[in-house]
Design a protein around this ligand. Structure first.
Ligand code: GH3
Ligand code: MG
Ligand code: MG
Length: 376
């Protein structure tokens, strides 16, 4: 493809001479007979290069060059100024205002060709560099996105959550706002993997993630905290309001039915909820710890429920070792008893419920027997 050159020169005779030389060299030439026309054409035809005479009747070449270099649309077009051989000051000024090169009149075809070629090469190199930079920038964005996203669910991962938590917690301290945190853990999720395979488990995790984000406001943040655990950060939300959100999540997750090999089932979740009023220290992670303690109690209390964190002494908040509530004792599986054979049957009231089963209460339900909470 021929390079397109815009020749801005008000002298008819000189223009014809240069146009002939350029066309002999294989360039496509458009001529502007005044500085003003040259500026308009530079925008409309987007030439690869401008050859610009200095002395013109309406506006001189310096002014034209300045306008071309100030305008974002034309800034990248290389400009070669045509000066008289003796006028050193003109050449220096031309370069100072942004011209890329100059050509002293009279000139030979070879010099014209060499200067044009050099200017086009620089332009091509700039364009390539710009493209490479754009590619690098978009690669960087993808890498950043990958580093902060959970590939299965598309939610933020734990690393990214930790960053956001730190920032939100600091903002909350500074402006004395409320901030709440929910920690969710699917109930008896392992039995889905065991009965229907890992892909079925993945499908459940994806759908649960979708339901969680669908139940939140835009300013809330949901992340995958671990295998079948999710964490939700609710800025500007008191514990009372967080409870409402948690109960909505509980219902929305439970409502989703899955059909695996003709068997229709739903999953339940246990949710621990804590608020920044539970944390006395500056350590943002304490907020998740409090939610985790509440989640543990939700598991122990029979699963499929929301438990709000409450310190044993209501006056106290978490922030020092002494103020943490005593951990709920874990009852070890007696070594003398044989381990249960095979996977847990899903049809049992294990949180994975058949639709025909009566819905479990969301809160305050007697503990399930024989299924002590295990937190992994
Ligand atoms: P609980 O009610 O006490 O929380 O029981 P649970 O079965 O949900 O908990 P447990 O910790 O025993 O099992 C969690 C299972 O989650 C075990 C692990 O194989 C599975 N898991 C973790 N990550 C993934 C994943 O990305 N995909 C699938 N399909 N399974 C996963
Ligand atoms: Mg679980
Ligand atoms: Mg777990």
């Amino acid at each position: 493809m021929k390079a397109k050159i815009l020749l801005i020169d008000d002298s008819e005779a000189q223009s014809n001479q240069i146009r002939e030389a350029l066309e002999r060299l294989g360039y496509e030439v458009t001529r502007a007979a005044s500085g003003m026309t040259g500026l308009q054409l530079a925008r409309t035809i987007s030439p690869d290069l401008v050859l610009l005479d200095v002395v013109m009747a309406d506006i001189d070449g310096f002014a034209v060059c300045r306008w071309l270099k100030m305008n974002a649309e034309t800034r990248e077009i290389p400009v070669i100024m045509l000066t008289i051989r003796t006028a050193l000051a003109d050449r220096v000024e031309g370069l100072n205002i942004g011209a890329d090169d100059y050509l002293a009149k009279p000139f030979e075809d070879e010099e014209l060709e060499a200067r044009i070629f050099a200017a086009l090469r620089v332009k091509a190199a700039h364009a390539e560099l710009r493209e490479r930079n754009q590619q690098l920038e978009s690669m960087l964005h993808s890498v950043e996105a990958l580093a902060s996203t959970d590939p299965l669910t598309g939610l933020f991962n734990r690393r990214r959550f930790a960053d956001v938590l730190k920032r939100e917690f600091a903002v909350t301290k500074r402006y004395r706002n409320t901030l709440s945190c929910l920690l969710l853990d699917l109930d008896h999720f392992k039995s889905i993997n065991d009965r229907f395979g890992h892909d079925a488990g993945d499908q459940v995790l994806k759908e649960v993630a979708r339901r969680i984000t669908g139940s939140l406001r835009e300013v809330d943040l949901a992340a995958r905290y671990g295998g079948e655990e999710f964490v939700v950060l609710l800025p500007h939300t008191s514990k009372t309001d967080a409870r409402i959100v948690a109960e909505r999540l509980l219902k929305n997750v439970r409502k989703q039915e899955f059909n695996f090999g003709g068997e229709v089932l739903s999953v339940t979740t246990s949710i621990g909820c804590a608020g920044n009023s539970d944390v006395a220290s500056d350590n943002a992670e304490e907020l998740v710890k409090c939610a985790d303690i509440a989640l543990y109690e939700a598991k122990n209390g029979g699963r499929n429920r929301v438990v709000m964190f409450s310190a044993p002494n209501q006056e106290r908040t978490v922030g020092s070792r002494q103020s943490l509530p005593a951990p709920v004792p874990v009852i070890p599986f007696p070594a003398s008893l044989p381990a249960p054979a095979g996977p847990f049957p899903v049809s049992m009231p294990l949180g994975v419920r058949l639709p025909s089963a009566a819905p479990s209460p969301d809160v305050a339900e007697p503990p399930e027997s024989g299924n002590p909470a295990k937190r992994t």
